[in-house]
Design a protein around this ligand. Sequence first.
Ligand SMILES: Cc1ncc(COP(=O)(O)O)c(CNc2co[nH]c2=O)c1O
Length: 390
Amino acid sequence: MQRVYLDNNATTIVDPRVKEAMEIYFCQQYGNPNSLHQFGTEVHPAMRVALDRLYAGIGAADEDDVIVTSCATESNNTVLKAVYWEVISKTNKKRILTTPVEHPSVSHVCEFLAENGAEIIELPLNKYGIVDLSTLKEYLDPEKTALVSIMWANNETGIIFPIKELAAYARSQGVLFHTDAVQAIGKIPVNAREVGVDYLSFSAHKFHGPKGVGGLYIRQGAPFVPLLHGGEHMGGKRSGTINVAGMVGMGLALELANYALEYEATEVRRLRDKLEDAILAIPDTLVIGKRELRVPNTILASFRGVEGEALIWDLNKQGIAASTGSACASESLEPNPVMVAIGVDRELAHTAVRFSLSRFTTEEEIDYTIEVLRASVKRLREISSTYKKC
Ligand SMILES: Cc1ncc(COP(=O)(O)O)c(CNc2co[nH]c2=O)c1O
């Protein structure tokens, strides 16, 4: 049976060139970088190269900070809790403006901060599934707002948010801006200084780097306190012995991902659109978001009358890995929150399936997926208790 991996928004294969670059830091150059002896100091040049790649890869200025974390979840926690300690707990600016479709590593932190005195406002999305500038202007009170936190691209739909104009407005009002760029980096151009954000989170395993390593961009002068204290690593901004192999891998993966942006925008998009067109040719289907307003690799599709979980298990049995947009909750599936937030009817929101490609996806894999998908949907609808051909 052919195996086809179409869940790249969950995690990606490590680029073989990245794996090769990481290998020597396990059994040859394994010293602690903070050690003064040669086993420690010999890894410093590679760390410098990695940091240079990270700065260049996300468009950070020399005076800014880029810290290496364990993952984007840590990066998001770090930003939100730093703003809480440095602004919300010390001033009358108690508000965080965010969206209803953020990743839980933003939304759940906001819920925790709300239990500790923060005021969280979720900005309503427009019919395209994004926050538009007029909405931000309507809700942003600079006297009361500590931070705006809006993701660059949504992990389930791939819908891209207008970060440049939103961040510019927040800055004009003297309000800090954070973007979770996890699903944008490696898919579309990301430049922190160009868009003017104060904080930007990312994660290596989303762009063919290793799992367990992420990063956080901090604009010069942006308020900050560490999430992790206990040592002078990362200039005191993130304590803990540095994951040298992961840092080297993430730096190279980011450089390779940016080299491949043209390929993402053309070939990956072409294969995504080929699959999307085949999905839309199946009766009673829906794809969320206008494709030109999405990152090039993602499809969130609904197949009326077919539970999302049932379809991904059927595909899985035939070697195809996809995921549901919807979060499962015990035996009763929750409707996909993103689809609910952008107004898709709740019945359809139970039928969401996400397909996310990468630069390693082949045309043969897409052709196989189309063939299997057509048959799976047909078969599942024949036994569906809710599907009535419209
Ligand atoms: C937008 C976004 N932010 C943060 C994270 C967390 O990153 P990590 O801590 O480095 O893993 C994810 C992971 N998103 C997904 C993980 O599995 N399916 C997903 O869509 C994400 O999509």
